[in-house]
Design a protein around this ligand. Structure first.
Ligand code: GSH
Length: 238
């Protein structure tokens, strides 16, 4: 049986330019209509960020993966992106892109400039952008390098360098004073931060009990309709 999943998801699409609440980063730029967006996906991986983003926006997208078959999904990615077959690989209007943070910024800044980003001249904007980049640049990078090193040689004391625990503690301290990684409102920074913070606890790199504000934020995330819709299409078998 061919289990390739090619979902075209468009039912809740609405005029992005009419979105409310936040003036976006590049406020002067007018939204242009959303073109075809194809998301090459691995279940449970970073490509969920882009699916979730599109669900938050109510925008249409095509989702391509082999259900329950990571190798099969990876073969599909390799077919369109042989040089760096990574999830997400996204094709926007015919252009092949990697790096989830950059993909999110392209989609928001070009097609939804009034959504999921704080206004440019606010402290929230600077914090939002910092967490957008911290998620991969510091948090995921240190989590995975510590994890690999600690598998070979478990640590006997905390590092004097900024280790995994320090990066998660930094997130915890921020959430003690702010509702979201976007500051006052949920933004795409929250979308970026979920994957590495889940990795931190799922792989037992840090102790979940030490980070109650992160745990409370995760509960709020799981209550979002768009997050639930993402799970239903991108992780259909749980
Ligand atoms: N910094 C990249 C990381 C992408 C990445 O490493 N994705 C993983 C899945 S979560 C992957 O494709 N791994 C396959 C590999 O590295 O060969 C991003 O945020 O998109």
């Amino acid at each position: 049986m061919n289990r390739t999943v090619r979902l075209i998801i468009a039912s809740t699409f609405f005029a992005l330019a009419a979105g409310p609440i936040h003036a976006a980063g590049p406020e002067a730029i007018e939204a242009v209509p959303m073109p075809d967006v194809a998301i090459y996906h691995l279940e449970g991986r970073r490509s969920e960020r882009i699916v979730w983003l599109m669900e938050e926006l109510g925008a249409p997208y095509e989702l391509i993966f082999e259900r329950g078959d990571l190798a099969g999904s990876m073969a599909k990615i390799r077919a369109v992106n042989p040089d760096v077959p990574m999830a997400p690989t996204v094709i926007i209007d015919g252009q092949v892109l990697v790096e989830s943070g950059a993909i999110i910024e392209v989609i928001l800044n070009r097609y939804a400039p009034d959504r999921l980003q704080p206004a440019l001249h606010t402290t929230d904007y600077a914090n939002h952008l910092m967490w957008m980049h911290f998620a991969e640049g510091s948090l995921a990078a240190r989590l995975f390098s510590d994890y690999r090193a600690w598998l070979r040689e478990p640590p006997t004391e905390r590092s004097r360098l900024v280790d995994s625990e320090a990066t998660v503690q930094y997130a915890e301290n921020f959430l003690a004073k702010n509702a979201w990684f976007g500051g006052t409102n949920f933004t795409s920074a929250d979308i970026m931060m979920v994957f590495p913070l889940n990795v931190a606890t799922a792989l037992n790199i840090v102790d979940v009990a030490q980070f109650p504000h992160v745990a409370a934020w995760k509960k709020k995330i799981e209550g979002r309709g768009a997050y639930q819709r993402m799970l239903a299409v991108a992780r259909p078998d749980g």
